[in-house]
Design a protein around this ligand. Structure first.
Ligand SMILES: *[C@@H]1O[C@H](CO)[C@@H](O)[C@H](O)[C@H]1NC(C)=O
Ligand SMILES: *[C@@H]1O[C@H](CO)[C@@H](O)[C@H](O)[C@H]1NC(C)=O
Ligand SMILES: *[C@@H]1O[C@H](CO)[C@@H](O)[C@H](O)[C@H]1NC(C)=O
Length: 674
């Protein structure tokens, strides 16, 4: 007992020293807060994920307002061994809907995991957490694992709610206040993100906050297939369908479609003519006239002669087919695994839910309530936002519903940075990733448009590694080369690399391709980063040596007493360490913490998480402890889909429409598994 006590004290000291973040006296207290949020186990974590890929994870619900019983769920992932370029960054990710859970992002897109048929996690090689800490947030309240008694209706409300969330988030993770903050997301998050960004800028400008030195270092926005300018984008569905040969003038549906295009064009013209009057017009927020275009295209694509699951075009990826009238809402197939995964008892427990509720991908109730009738579409906010930070709009080019043609059309009309649209004489630059042309880029005055080739509505789902390089683009971690001039307009190649590969170039700057002027300043920045990272490498080395010596000391003491102390021997622990299955060993550590303090020594490379783990709860490792729940509820973007609640639906009470929408059937290949 005595020797145990000594070891405990020494190890606690070691841990205290290694996990102490610079200049954060509040650390100990905060650490005790965040321990409740540590994610310690997930199905498949020990068997399917290599230890070096397994991020440090925190998840749980944060109460925003007790009066309305409102709380947000978040899931945070941070790399344990950060690359030098992953330098003090936190990126929040939001999915759209309104009302669709950001667990789509975490488990199907930019997050570190995918869920397989066995409802176990497997690693996503393109996970963004290698370049930035990722925080997936379920919002507005009521979405996913977020809860509330009161539903939100408008964008300014959810922007204020997000500020409340941020305040509490930074109380738990105060060191993140020093980080560069990025907001990212998809689809209807094209509305959320600009509103939240604007609220953050206002927060930073607020005098009182300035006096209190309160500031969030918001550095940029990344919006994927964003829904930003509703009517313009709906109108573009027609052009997109024609270009993709989904419809043609010889089709029976053509006259109907042509009439709808004309009607929608009138509304778009009206929107354009009142764009700057500062008033909120219903027809600008959404127009069922314009939304009808997509409905018409999808229903005309119906082909009853085809097998059931091929009867309609998938509106999120026109190269795919789906059942009618789902037309994409059954997609992606892995969604059928995500839902039972998130509803399993084991996962719910490990995600630290205080308020347990059933997870559905998209909440009809949140969507119905959220009508955004008091807010101008987010396109109006972009000119102000681009004064302060880069705004990147990236579009997977196979998506119909938020297609790239509509995005280019709305940019063409937008005035920002003192000019309208991109200059006539800027070319589309080629985006190169790993020697392949993966898209094109137009960028001026802090607004960047990116067309991502062969990608759907969910770009990181189709192109995980390419999508991660979006972080390199927004943080300027790329090289530029002269390209081929098209029509005498100079075009460039913007070159991004698989993670870690450009670092090699920077370490031998003479080898790097001759940088342009612009590049020189970027490289200087990057070199500065590289320099500070080599400093931190040295200090890490010193830390490691100190720890190793201490551990050796402890080991010597322990071995000399081992027969007098507890039966669980450090030797045993070492056997596992030398075992081949490194991945298994990592999570075993967590479980053993409860019983076995020797595990302390294996934590030298895990900063900050240590105390929380020792106090964390014990979780069993029973195989398949979760019971599959049938897959339920709607598609992404019910707001935009063909059975969409439109402007009029919101006025007339049409709640039942969504509720009574047929549930998509479970995909066939899933059935064997249930
Ligand atoms: C672009 O953003 C930076 C801040 O990141 C700002 O200093 C600059 O003025 C902006 N440029 C324009 C043209 O607004
Ligand atoms: C990329 O291209 C360069 C030069 O063409 C070549 O040396 C390199 O091996 C290529 N890399 C990959 C990953 O294909
Ligand atoms: C990807 O897109 C490009 C350009 O649109 C095309 O040339 C290429 O064939 C596509 N590749 C695949 C694998 O579909």
């Amino acid at each position: 007992m005595l020797i145990f006590g000594k070891i405990y004290i020494i190890l606690s000291l070691i841990n205290y020293v290694i996990s102490l973040p610079p200049k954060s006296p509040a650390f100990i207290r905060d650490e005790f807060d965040r321990k409740h949020f540590l994610v310690q186990d997930l199905p498949g974590m020990t068997t399917n994920i290599k230890s070096e890929d397994l991020p440090l994870m925190f998840a749980g619900q944060i109460e925003l307002y007790s009066e309305t019983n409102m709380g947000y769920f978040y899931w945070k992932f941070q790399d344990r061994k950060k690359l030098p370029e992953n330098n003090k960054r936190t990126t929040f990710w939001l999915n759209g809907g309104p009302g669709c859970s950001s667990m789509d992002g975490a488990l199907l897109e930019s997050g570190p995991f995918r869920v397989n048929k066995d409802r176990e996690i497997v690693y996503n090689k393109g996970s963004w957490h290698k370049l930035t800490d990722m925080v997936f947030v379920d919002q507005p309240a009521g979405t996913g694992f977020s809860y509330t008694d009161e539903y939100r209706h408008d964008l300014d409300q959810i922007a204020q709610d997000f500020l409340v969330f941020l305040k509490k988030y930074f109380e738990i993770f105060p060191e993140d206040l020093q980080n560069d903050i990025y907001l990212s997301g998809e689809s209807y998050a094209g509305q959320y993100i600009p509103y939240i960004a604007q609220a953050i800028l206002n927060f930073n400008k607020d005098q009182q906050n300035q006096q209190n030195n309160q500031k969030y270092n918001l550095k940029g926005l990344l919006i994927g297939n964003g829904w930003i300018s509703p009517n313009e984008q709906s109108l573009s569905d027609a052009q997109f369908a024609i270009n993709a040969k989904l419809v043609s003038p010889s089709d029976k549906v053509w006259p109907k479609l042509a009439a709808e295009i004309e009607e929608c064009q009138k509304i778009v013209n009206q929107v354009d003519s009142t764009f700057n009057d500062g008033e909120i017009h219903d027809y600008e927020i959404s127009s069922d006239v314009c939304e009808r275009i997509l409905t018409t295209i999808l229903s005309s694509s119906r082909d009853p002669s085809k097998p059931n699951n091929e009867q309609c075009i998938n509106m999120y990826d026109y190269t795919l087919r789906d059942t009618y009238p789902q037309c994409g809402s059954n997609w992606p197939n892995e969604l059928a695994y995500v839902s039972p995964f998130l509803n399993s008892e084991q996962v719910v427990k490990n995600l630290n839910l205080n308020f347990v509720k059933k997870w559905v991908e998209c909440s009809g109730r949140v969507g119905r309530n959220f009508n955004a009738r008091k807010s101008l579409p987010a396109i109006h906010l972009l000119p102000e936002l681009t004064k302060e930070m880069p705004v990147v709009l990236f579009h997977g080019n196979l998506d119909i519903i938020c297609n790239y043609i509509g995005a280019e059309a709305m940019i063409k009309k937008l005035t920002w940075g003192g000019k309208r649209g991109f200059s006539e004489d800027i070319a589309a630059d080629d985006w190169i990733y790993n020697n392949e042309t993966v898209g094109y880029i137009k960028s001026e005055r802090n607004l960047t448009f990116i067309n991502v080739f062969n990608a759907s509505h969910m770009v990181p789902y189709d192109k995980p590694e390419v999508s991660r390089a979006l972080i390199d683009l927004i943080t300027k971690n790329y090289d530029e080369k002269e390209g081929v001039n098209v029509n005498e307009i100079p075009n460039k190649k913007i070159i991004t690399y698989p993670i870690g590969e450009r670092k090699a170039n920077l370490e031998n700057p003479e080898d790097a391709s001759k940088p342009s002027n612009e590049n020189e300043t970027e490289n200087q920045d990057d070199n500065k980063q590289a320099g500070s990272s080599s400093n931190s490498r040295i200090s890490r080395l010193i830390q490691f040596l100190v720890i190793a010596i201490l551990i050796w000391g402890v080991y010597v003491i322990y071995v000399s007493y081992r027969y007098k102390s507890r039966p669980v021997s450090i030797i045993k622990a070492r056997t596992t360490t030398t075992g081949k299955k490194k991945n298994v060993q990592w999570a075993d550590q967590l479980r053993r913490f409860q019983e076995d303090d020797e595990e302390f020594q294996q934590q030298q490379n895990v900063k900050q998480s240590f105390l929380s783990k020792t106090i964390g709860k014990l979780t069993g490792n029973t195989p398949n402890p979760y019971s599959p729940v049938p897959y339920e509820e709607f598609e992404l973007n019910e707001q935009e889909s063909q059975s969409t609640p439109s402007a009029d639906d919101f006025k007339i009470d049409s709640d039942d429409e969504i509720e009574s929408k047929p549930l998509p059937p479970t995909p066939k290949d899933d059935e064997n598994n249930v």
